[in-house]
Every structure is written in structure tokens, then in C-alpha cells.
Design a protein around this ligand. Sequence first.
Ligand SMILES: Cc1ncc(COP(=O)(O)O)c(C=O)c1O
Length: 474
Amino acid sequence: MSAPNRDMSFAAVTARKNEIMKASLGIDFMDFIQSPIAFDYERMMRETGYSLEDIARIQAETKVGNTPLFELKNLTEAVRSFAGPGKGATILVKDEAANASGSFKARRASISVYEARRKNYQGVAAATSGNYGAAVASQAAMRGLKCIILQEVFDSRGICQPEIVEKSRACEAYGAEVQRLSVGPELFYQLLMTLETTGFFNASLYTPFGIKGVETLGVEVAEQVRQRFGKDPDAVVITHAGGGNLTGTARGLLAAGCDQTRIVACSVDLGGLHMAADTDFNRKSFTTGHTGFGVPFATWPDRVDVPRNAARSLRYMDEYQLVTQGEVFYVTELLSKREGLERGPAGNISLTAAVTLARQMDRDQIVVVQETEYTGAGKHQNRQLSFARENGIEVRVGDPRENVPGKTIVIPERLEQVRGRVQDMDKLRRSYLKNAVKAYPLDQWNEGDYRFLAADLKQDVAWVQQAVSTIEMN
Ligand SMILES: Cc1ncc(COP(=O)(O)O)c(C=O)c1O
């Protein structure tokens, strides 16, 4: 508990953030930090003290993991019907909706909540408007801990995105207290105040505990594909926002020895919309897995509520596909109508990219969509499309290339029209380097900084040196 007469003004509380983080996590990030850029990432991950076996055992105690891997035979056949000769890889999907609380986020929450219990915290708190809130609440319920979830819910008109309303409902159903805020900078202040006044554990999305929890997903994909097909997956497609889904899954695949598997990120293209802007907050139909999070987090992962982010997607990413909102709505409906699986929006983002990939890949290859999420209520595409119309967005059928985020949602007429679009990876890497230069002047970088950046960008030191020499700051 905080001392009764502590200064609780915005400035005073945010100035105490290091102290609050240390008390609420039990991790001293200063142990790992080597410079304003570099830190010992692998040691930070190791020193959580949890092995993959420990994590699988802890997750099994609270209804997490060992989810089924389904072959989407009808969808694969549909893709083969228009793919070129010899093309049309088999599409598999890992049904993560089977986890307690209905998404892979349960893997992430399970280790944080276990750690909070082990260290005798009375409760857990997290700032998230996503599935993660329900995951923390559900895990806390099973481990007998209190739970507070802070969400950004309203725009200045008091209007809420239906998917976020659904997620509030789910958190409360699992017994959590939900603090609903409007869009703006007060979320972090509110989180710090909550952590300080309650003494609860910070179940942040971005700690090493959370990311280690996702590694079992990658290991399971490797084992299930090998068992069924006698080989490793050729590509795994991963819906990308803050980067934890991709980082944890890729680390798990690598731990299982899948070093040739192509790691493909995928986000919904919301180019032109500003996530933090009150006016754009309700002009999107997807509350996660979109470029409004995916690009800034890939190009500067440390923009989070802990000093260093354990989710570092460019360390593992080979390719980044973008899809449109209309394409994902179309594929969502197809998944229900052809495969008998009604699932929520996030996993269907990577499923949409998998259609494009399968079309380009050989018939004997395997592409895995590594998650689904539960659906219902505000997550459902029909509710999302009516909300879009209520907010002045035109919804029509046509060529998805005519889609304009925040203005038009164009739903394809045929699966063949689902084409996705690849992002320029080098542009993303250069953008990361530009952010690094802004954070720490180039003339102060040492060899360790270059080595760290090379690892964080999945390149070598020579590539980083060459790239920074051509960066123009504006
Ligand atoms: C079901 C689901 N899939 C994917 C994502 C994206 O994960 P990440 O933010 O770790 O990139 C989220 C995050 O909100 C999610 O809830």
C-alpha cells in the first residue's frame, strides 16, 4: 500500500514509475540494461526461471495449451481451384479459442498470474482493452487472486467499439473489476496509481513471463505438424499487433528446432488512421492485429509499460503481409460456412494472409495459421459492419483493392480476389534504426549497441552499419 500522504499528481506518480514497476514485478530491469539501446535480452528471458516444461505444466493446471490443430480441407481445396499448377499449400489452423477465456492470450496471462501467486501478491492488474484482460481475469479467478483491468473504452462522445464492450463484459464475467477510461494519455498514470495503491502484481503484456508463456504455442505447432505430416511447417502466419504473439510463437518454433520455417507476420491495413486520435478511435472495425499497433511496435518495441519489452517481432519476422478489413470479413464468413468454425476477428487476420500464401506455395507445402479466438456479441462481423455504417463508413461488395481505411470497407465477391500485400521489411528495419538514433545519438553507439541492433533486426552488424550510414533524420 502507498503511504497515505504521498503526492498522487500526474507528475509525481509518473516520476515514481521505476520504483512502482520494480515493486509490482519483482524484476529490476537495470540488471539487464547495457545502454539506452542495448540490453541482455536472452539473459532476461532465462532469468524468469521457467523452462518450457515448467510452463506447459503450469498452463495445464489452468486449462491452457494443448489446443487442437485442424486441417482446413475445404478452404485448401477452394484455394487450389484458382492457384496455378502445382500450387496450393495445405492450410492448418491451431484452434487457440480452446484455451480458457478463448484466445492465445491465456498462455501469456498464465505465467504472470502464477508468478504473482508464487510471490504472494494479493491480486494482479493490467492495462489492456483486448482479450488479454479476459485472460488475466480468468487465470486470476482460477488461482484465487483479485484482478483489476484498465481499459480505454470511450471516445469523447462516450461511444465504444462493440468489440471492446464485449471484452469488458468478459473481464467482468470472470470476476475482475474493470476501470473504463476514454482515449488519452491517462491510462498509464491510472495503471501506476492502481499498482501503487493496491500493491498488486503488474501482469503487463510485455514482461518476459508473458512472452515465455506463448513459447508453448510454437512448440505445440512444431510437434503436431511433425506428428501428422512427418516434417516441419513451411510457413507459420501470425497476427501481429504488439508483437508478443509473433515473438513467443517464433521462439517456441526455434526451441523445437524449426529453424527453416518462414515466420510471416500479418496485420489489417489501417494506414492513414491514427490510433491515439479521438476522431479515428471508432473508425476501425478491428481493435487489434492492425498496422496502427503492428508497425509502431515492430519499429520501436520499447514503447510500453515496462522499461524493456520482451516482445521484439523484427528479431524473428521473415515477411510482413497486410490484408484489408473487407478481406478479413469475407474469410471470417468462409471459415464458418465452409469449415464449420465460427471464430473471432484476430485469428482470421492471419487466416486471410494464409490464403494468399497458400496460393503461392507448392501443393506439398504446409502453412499454419497459429491461432483462432472466440467470437460472439461485439466481436461478430455483423455487429462490426453495422457499427461501421453507424459511423459513416461505406460498406460494399467489390474489389478489396478499393478499400480505404476509415472510409470504405470493400468485401470481396470471390476468394480469388483476396490477395494481401507484402510490406517492405527493409523499410521497417530502417524505421527502427531511425527511432534508435532518436533515442540515443549515433556517435555514442558502441560495438554492443550494433550487435544488439543486428540481433533485434535479424541482420548482421555490417547491414546495420550500412543502413545507419544512409539514414536521413527529419
Ligand atoms: C486473439 C489475438 N490475436 C492476436 C493478437 C496480437 O498479439 P500481439 O499484440 O502480441 O501482436 C491479439 C492481441 O491483442 C489477440 O488478442
